[in-house]
Design a protein. Structure first.
Length: 180
């Protein structure tokens, strides 16, 4: 039984349509994969940028007590407090970025992480690192406040010892050593 012309045209149309549908499917899959990779790369960029901002701000933070010990200018305390506030803002942004990235990595655990139901023992290493950074910042702030309470700061041995401790804490923080 010979095929009619309408059947032949319909078959030819379908033969041409099938590769087009397959190409559209492959294209949409590749677009989704690329979108996910770009989203992850953007999160990584924000995380690296946040870490570098924190590192630079910690360098600025420890300079204020050091300058106070050298010059005796109490206005350094204002700079110290504003830089500490700046670092806390960076830490907040960075922790939001890290927790958002974790939610995207493990979508079935998103609700647990969102509402804080996940126990601390299951926190990722970067959240433990963030806790260490926050603890180190508190140590630096506490010792900085002690330095600013020194009456005659220029040439103070007590201030020099406190400054050494601040420098050691900042150095450990910059190389990623956990604080006691």
């Amino acid at each position: 039984m010979p095929f009619k012309i309408r059947t032949k045209l319909t078959g030819a149309f379908l033969v041409m349509l099938i590769p087009l549908v397959v190409l559209i499917g492959i294209n949409s899959y590749n677009e989704r994969v690329l979108s996910l990779v770009l989203h992850k790369a953007k999160d990584e960029y924000r995380e690296i940028s946040g870490l570098s901002d924190i590192q630079i701000a910690i360098g600025k933070l420890i300079m204020h007590p050091n300058d106070y010990l050298i010059t005796g200018d109490i206005r350094e305390k204002e700079g110290f407090n504003s830089t500490a506030t700046e670092i806390e803002g960076y830490l907040l942004n960075l922790s939001d970025t890290m927790s958002c990235r974790q939610c995207h990595d493990n979508t079935h655990e998103r609700v647990k992480r969102l509402y804080g139901l996940e126990p601390k023992s299951f926190w990722a290493d970067d959240m433990v690192y963030m806790k260490g950074v926050m603890d180190s910042l508190q140590i630096i702030k506490g010792k900085g406040e002690k330095i600013f309470k020194i009456e005659k700061s220029v040439g103070s041995k007590e201030g020099a010892l406190l400054m050494q401790e601040i420098d050691a804490t900042a150095h450990k923080l910059s190389i990623g050593v956990k604080q006691k």
